[in-house]
Write a protein that binds this ligand. Structure first.
Ligand SMILES: [Zn+2]
Length: 137
């Protein structure tokens, strides 16, 4: 799948650097334990600035998704149709990504997925593929 390179800020740079090492990590509050995305210097649950980067399993389930059948950006024309999904990670936070290696009509809510890493371009991007026995045949 062709993807548009992400915009990297000082808050998200550690996330993207970990992606290039095939590691999914998000910020975790050391005061209340909340794991969150997007990255911010303060915990959105308790406002503590005592936060760290936490490695995650890369496993989750489909919370919601949409199938794009029209390219709203010309760079994505050859990827049509493609799926943009909200993935609920095992550790709790949700992340927006793509689902690959699965026909759109086979995707369902709560489908188990795991992270897979794009190999295109200079920035690896976390995308998700079906896993486990929960995939519909
Ligand atoms: Zn907190």
């Amino acid at each position: 799948m062709i993807h548009i390179p992400p915009k990297i800020s000082c808050d998200t740079a550690p996330f993207w650097a970990a992606c290039n090492e095939r590691t999914l990590q998000l910020r975790q509050c050391e005061a209340c334990g909340h794991i969150y995305w997007p990255a911010a210097p303060f915990c959105p649950a308790c406002a503590s600035a005592n936060v760290k980067w936490q490695k995650l399993t890369g496993e989750g389930t489909v919370f919601s998704y949409v199938v794009f059948r029209q390219a709203f950006d010309a760079r994505l024309q050859e990827a049509i149709p493609y799926v943009v999904a909200v993935i609920r990670l095992r550790e709790g936070p949700k992340i927006v990504s793509n689902i690959l290696c699965c026909p759109p009509e086979k995707i369902f809510i709560d489908m188990p997925v795991r992270v897979a890493w794009s190999e295109e371009g200079i920035q690896r991007v976390p995308q998700f593929v079906p896993c486990g026995t929960g995939a519909k045949a």
